[in-house]
Design a protein. Structure first.
Length: 209
């Protein structure tokens, strides 16, 4: 299969949350494939684009900063992370250059996404056809992540409050006929690790021959 081409679309990784459902553990610092989950996801983002990779993080000092210290990415502290994911997205958007025509939002806790998955979604971006959002889906069309938003949606994204993220505007974009799905294999666009039970089930899958 031919690899999707590299683009210069920046990627935002919102990673400032407190892992509240993990009952004390930091899900993003647990190992997946021998490295912290956050580091693995950010490395895949870095390999998928020539553009900026911006990671919204809790204020330093914090182990998440340490896990990314040697990577060519831009860390952004989010002192108001308690407000939810939207706080990190606003601060990351502010770090984008004014010439950004689109941005990918990549959640850090989807372990099965590959670099090629990210490239496929980025390569689908074609604003000239009127599309404003590109959304990874399962093979049967269920929407998931990552997503890419056209710059025309940035102000709407900045207006979101709480822990909703870009999904809060997806329905409106879909109703306007400006949403395009990009199918990925299996459930890679949906499977996340935000509870101890999800981690246990995922690790069991990795151990199967």
């Amino acid at each position: 299969m031919t690899e999707a081409p590299l683009t210069d679309i920046p990627v935002i990784v919102p990673a400032a949350g407190a892992s509240r459902r993990m009952r004390g553990a930091d899900k993003l610092m647990l190992e997946a494939g021998g490295v912290p989950l956050l580091r693995r996801q950010v490395m895949r983002a870095r390999a998928a684009t020539r553009g900026l990779v911006i990671v919204a993080l809790p204020p330093a000092p914090h182990p998440r900063w340490d896990s990314l210290a040697d990577l060519d990415v831009t860390g952004i502290p989010v002192p108001d992370a308690h407000e939810g994911m939207s706080a990190g997205l606003r601060r990351a958007l502010d770090a984008l250059g004014s010439d950004a025509r689109a941005v990918m939002i990549l959640l850090p806790d989807l372990p099965d996404l590959t670099t090629e998955d990210l490239r496929l979604v980025l390569a689908a971006v074609a604003p000239a056809d009127g599309t404003a959002m590109w959304c990874a889906t399962t093979p049967d069309g269920r929407p998931g992540h990552p997503i890419v938003l056209h710059a025309s949606l940035f102000d709407e994204l900045r207006a979101i409050r709480g822990d909703k993220g870009a999904r809060a505007i997806r329905e409106n974009v879909a109703r306007a006929g400006r949403l395009r799905g990009v199918p990925l294999g299996d459930d890679r666009a949906l499977r996340d690790l935000d509870t101890p039970e999800a981690w246990e089930a995922w690790r069991a899958l990795q151990e199967k021959p």
